[in-house]
Design a protein around this ligand. Structure first.
Ligand code: HEM
Length: 465
């Protein structure tokens, strides 16, 4: 790695062989921030004798995600570890195959289609919150996970699997944890070894496969038009008239399930947490919702009329981006910040670090939705705020993602217990009883950044260090 033929980017040496492995494992977020503060815009970070370079400057990030996109692939380790679950799905496929699949999947995500799913989301939320009672303490992370799981099952598979949601939830939660644990373990037991975790993973993959292949076979017999994502993927056609094989439909369904379910749950849970911690912002939001919705359930067309909600979600995705880091591996030499980065280096860009950079965000640690109300998004240099990544692989190019969850009702949640928000002290959030909405009131707990960043989908999206 050279700068005019002489230097590698600055950075710590770490321990012999291990490099920064321990630090990264025990405190990934703190380590990334510390390195960025200490070494600046481009940092070498050796981990287990492999070269990794962290970039902390918007134009370098743009270069990674957009300009040099063709020279960069998803990291090999990520593919190796999640390949058994996701196969050749969009998240990890590359090159022409990825491009073809992406083109094929695109119509399934046309705005007119995805708008049809919003009543499903409202319905799921109403069903789930029906039994919440004022003053209860609930774990918001679990509640949101249940909610987005139900939404994922119904939008992907239609109603056919509604009764199986619980076992699907258990299987997918286990599988995501299992593969992420493998991704983060430097010494991995081969998948073929009959450890109890490997055996269970195999069983759960077989279970998911049997469900998905079962629906594919049913849909082939019953050709009535449906609008769930699986049917749309099955009927999608290439220009030459060919369609996805059953295996491809399976891989893409699994990918959408994994990529879409936990990210949205985390984002919602953190939004509740931040509102619970910031009653003034919460009141502004409620006022806006009262004025625009006047007590009725929201529709997609309302979203344009809810600027404060939009600002709250932007701010929540800034402070707690569900994907906290993205990794690429260069297949040829790239020049980054004046350094020649040799092939097979893992290049990292971290949302967690950039979204807290005081060069772009005043009082970066504070939850201030108002910062988004006067066009900040357009003033920021591209690459400073990228919760969904950027460039050709960003899901926003595939999905008409709005950074706003459907506003359902106006619960007020309050954190309970210790609010220091770390792994040892899990704060919980609780409703003051008088704020319950008719027929449902609630109390919730929040995820913690460390737990989230250890176990969320971001390691699939991002690197496994
Ligand atoms: C808060 C919600 C979400 C966040 C923060 C998020 C974030 C991300 C990020 C950072 C990437 C990686 C992009 C890259 O590698 O350049 C990604 C990829 C992807 N996401 Fe999401 N996502 C969210 C919701 C969803 C949903 C709801 C779905 C689908 C139902 C989805 C489907 C995908 C797919 C298919 C990819 C791979 C795209 C490709 O490589 O072609 N995501 N997401």
């Amino acid at each position: 790695m050279t700068n005019n033929g002489t230097h590698a980017p600055p950075g710590p040496k770490g321990l012999p062989i291990l490099g920064l492995a321990f630090e990264v494992r025990s405190d990934p977020l703190g380590t990334l921030q510390r390195l960025a503060r200490q070494y600046g815009d481009i940092v070498s970070m050796p981990v287990m004798r492999m070269s990794r370079v962290l970039v902390n400057r918007p134009d370098y990030i743009q270069q990674l995600l957009i300009l040099d996109h063709a020279k960069l692939h998803k990291s090999t380790l990520t593919k190796l570890v999640v390949g058994p679950l996701l196969g050749q799905g969009l998240l990890i496929s590359e090159g022409d195959f990825w491009r073809r699949q992406r083109r094929l999947a695109q119509p399934a995500f046309h705005r007119s289609r995805t708008n049809e799913y919003s009543p499903v989301m409202v319905e799921c939320a109403l069903e789930q919150t029906r039994y919440w009672r004022s003053g209860e303490t609930r774990n918001i992370a679990e509640e949101m996970m249940k909610l987005t799981l139900e939404v994922a099952v119904r939008t992907l598979f239609g109603t056919s699997l509604a009764g199986d949601s619980e076992s699907i939830g258990k299987a997918m939660t286990f599988l995501m944890r299992h593969y992420l644990r493998r991704a983060r373990t430097p010494w991995r037991v081969p998948e073929s070894w009959p450890t109890s975790a490997n055996r269970r993973a195999r069983r759960e993959v077989e279970y998911m496969d049997s469900l998905i292949y079962g629906i594919i076979s049913d849909r082939k017999k019953d050709t009535r038009p449906r609008n769930d994502l699986l049917s749309l993927l099955m009927s999608a056609m290439h220009e030459d008239g060919s369609q996805m094989t059953e295996r491809q439909v399976r891989d893409e369904s699994m990918t959408l399930f994994v990529a879409g379910h936990e990210t949205t749950a985390l984002s919602l849970a953190w939004t509740w947490y931040l509102l619970g911690e910031n009653p003034a912002a919460e009141s502004c939001l409620h006022k806006e919702l009262r004025t625009v919705l006047a007590g009725r359930p929201a529709e997609v067309s309302d979203l344009e009329k809810l600027p404060y909600l939009n600002a709250v979600v932007h701010e929540s995705l800034r402070l707690y981006p569900p994907a906290f880091i993205m990794a690429r591996m260069n297949v040829e030499t790239v020049n980054l910040g004046g350094y020649e980065i040799p092939p097979r280096t893992t290049l990292l860009a971290s949302q967690w670090v950039m979204h807290r950079d005081p060069r772009f965000f005043e009082q970066p640690e504070q939850f201030i939705p108002e910062r988004w109300l006067d066009g900040l998004e357009h003033r920021l240099p591209p690459g400073a705020y990228f919760p969904f990544g950027d460039g050709p692989r960003a899901p926003r190019r595939l999905l008409p993602i709005r950074r706003r969850p459907p506003p359902l009702h106006r619960p007020r949640l309050r954190p309970t217990g210790d609010r220091s928000c770390n792994r040892r002290n899990r704060p919980e959030i609780q409703f003051p009883p008088e704020q319950g909405i008719p027929g449902c009131s609630r109390a919730v707990g929040n995820p913690t950044p460390e737990v989230r960043n250890r176990d969320d989908d971001s390691a699939i999206v991002g690197p496994a260090f």
